[in-house]
Design a binder for this molecule. Structure first.
Ligand SMILES: [Zn+2]
Length: 478
């Protein structure tokens, strides 16, 4: 049985991505256009993302809850910017129980409105604050152009929602969760990100300020990998969420929301993947190590398999390990198959290894000979943990080097137009939405992020030449 090759990334990045998602069995197309089916391997990856994030949310004092999928349509009309931003994407239920509904219901695109409504009932006094909630669920946004994981009509995510007594506390929360996302991206997914603020035209509909972690994909396009919004009192006023403060004054609360979705799986694929397939970050990989036994005849088979099972049992308490004992495919086929699926470490055990009490380890992040080494079977559990950490560090370093090599600082607008074809442009920007809009029209590059870390001083806007105090990153994006 031969193993079909993927298109190369250089030749067609988009097709490489589409075929990889299908062939690695992460997801498949659903009968409804724009929807996806997340397959067990993809869902296992999402579950590991969930675990890593959920632990961080709990550690920062949040609790999980579940709010309904259906929201009265009128709720969306209460916050002006929110309705303008979301109404074209709403899926609306008009019939139920065989009858036309008195009030149409929206399938949630996000839950600020329903949670705001419930808070207006639950919050009475400063003693009821802060409210620190998170919800794991699915939402629907009627997108016209879709791509598996990156933009689908229905997707899975977590949405955090918090309410606070003061502006300062809400702003602190917004930044805290941005840093949680940054920490998760770097330390779990080995994805370097730039934390910063979105411009007025790129922010969330209804937010005062939107913060983002922005990541560079393998084709140099940008991807918004997580967002944290300071909502001010916009939703508090729309839903009349008030509380009696210590000073006996009735005040509106201050709210935030923050989210990260299955889109992040798209980022993992596009940041780390190579022409052989996925390269999964070890801390999130559903299978961290796969054992491939190698035999030529029946006698070897039973001996090798027995030892392979012992190795599996020894590793199981330490890592997520899988023994590939399929006997209808060759070891070569298995090697390609697990490479395609991005398993960080392959453990090869053949008859000679069994005699010598050794195994051969092959790293997915370093294909070929440089990533191979033979180690004693005894003590393997003590070797594999540090090896997975080393792989994580190497993947983060590679992704960071690639990104930094593709961030340019053009001095003229002509240079700018040239670099956004193959990288990011880090430039002075006067802050005007007109300059952003013209740049977008002209080059398809958008203002991705105004990094929190600023050089200070003053320059001239890359588009209009007016004095500018901010540097921003412009790039083509997913
Ligand atoms: Zn300008």
């Amino acid at each position: 049985m031969s193993y079909p090759k993927l298109p190369s990334r250089a030749e067609n990045f988009s097709e490489w991505y589409n075929q990889l998602v299908l062939r690695a069995e992460l997801a498949d197309y659903a009968p409804v256009r724009g929807c996806m089916v997340v397959r067990p391997y993809g869902w296992a990856l999402w579950e590991n993302i969930q675990k890593a994030l959920d632990a961080r949310f709990k550690a920062t004092g949040h609790q999980n809850a579940a709010f309904p999928l259906l929201i009265p349509l009128s709720f969306f009309e209460k916050e002006k910017e929110h309705v303008e931003g979301f109404s074209p994407e709403l899926a609306i239920v008009t019939h139920g129980g065989g009858k036309k509904l008195e009030e149409p219901l929206a399938v949630r695109p996000t839950s600020e409105t329903i949670i705001g409504y419930m808070w207006s009932k639950w919050i009475r006094s400063y003693r009821d604050l802060p409210q620190l909630l998170n919800q794991w669920g699915n939402v629907v946004r009627w997108e016209l152009r879709t791509k598996l994981f990156l933009r689908t009509l229905e997707f899975y995510w977590q949405e955090g929602h918090t309410a606070h007594a003061t502006r300062e506390e809400a702003e602190e929360e917004t930044m805290r969760m941005l840093r949680v996302y940054e920490d998760f991206a770097v330390n779990e997914a080995a994805i370097p990100v730039i934390p910063g603020r979105k411009s007025e035209s790129e922010k969330f509909a209804g937010a005062v300020t939107t913060y983002t972690i922005e990541a560079m994909m393998g084709d140099t396009k940008a991807l918004q990998a997580g967002t944290s919004h300071f909502l001010g009192q916009n939703f508090a006023k729309a839903f009349d969420i008030t509380f009696l403060d210590r000073d006996n004054q009735l005040k509106y609360v201050w709210t935030t929301s923050w989210g990260l979705s299955t889109r992040f799986i798209g980022a993992i694929i596009m940041v780390h993947g190579d022409d052989q397939g996925l390269v999964l970050p070890p801390r999130l990989a559903p299978i961290q190590s796969v054992i491939v036994p190698i035999w030529r005849n029946e006698e070897q088979r039973s001996r090798v398999l027995e030892v392979a099972q012992q190795v599996q049992s020894a590793l199981q308490p330490h890592i997520r390990v899988h023994l590939d004992d399929r006997d209808h495919v060759t070891p070569g086929f298995k090697f390609n198959d697990w490479e395609l699926r991005g398993v960080p470490v392959r453990i090869e055990i053949g008859p000679r290894d069994v005699e010598q009490g050794v195994v051969t380890l092959a790293r997915r992040d370093m294909p070929g000979k440089p990533g191979k080494k033979t180690v004693p079977m005894d003590g393997l559990p003590q070797v594999i943990g540090p090896l997975l950490d080393e792989i994580h560090t190497n993947m983060l370093r590679k992704a960071t080097e690639f990104r930094d090599a593709h961030i340019f600082e053009p001095e003229t607008y002509d240079e700018f137009r040239e670099v956004v074809g193959h990288g990011w442009a880090y430039v002075w920007w006067c802050g005007s939405p007109e300059c952003e809009a013209r740049i977008k029209e002209d080059t398809k590059a958008t203002n991705r992020v105004i990094p929190l870390e600023q050089p200070g001083g003053e320059g001239r806007c890359i588009y209009c030449g007016a004095p500018a105090r901010l540097k921003a990153i412009f790039a083509k994006a997913y």
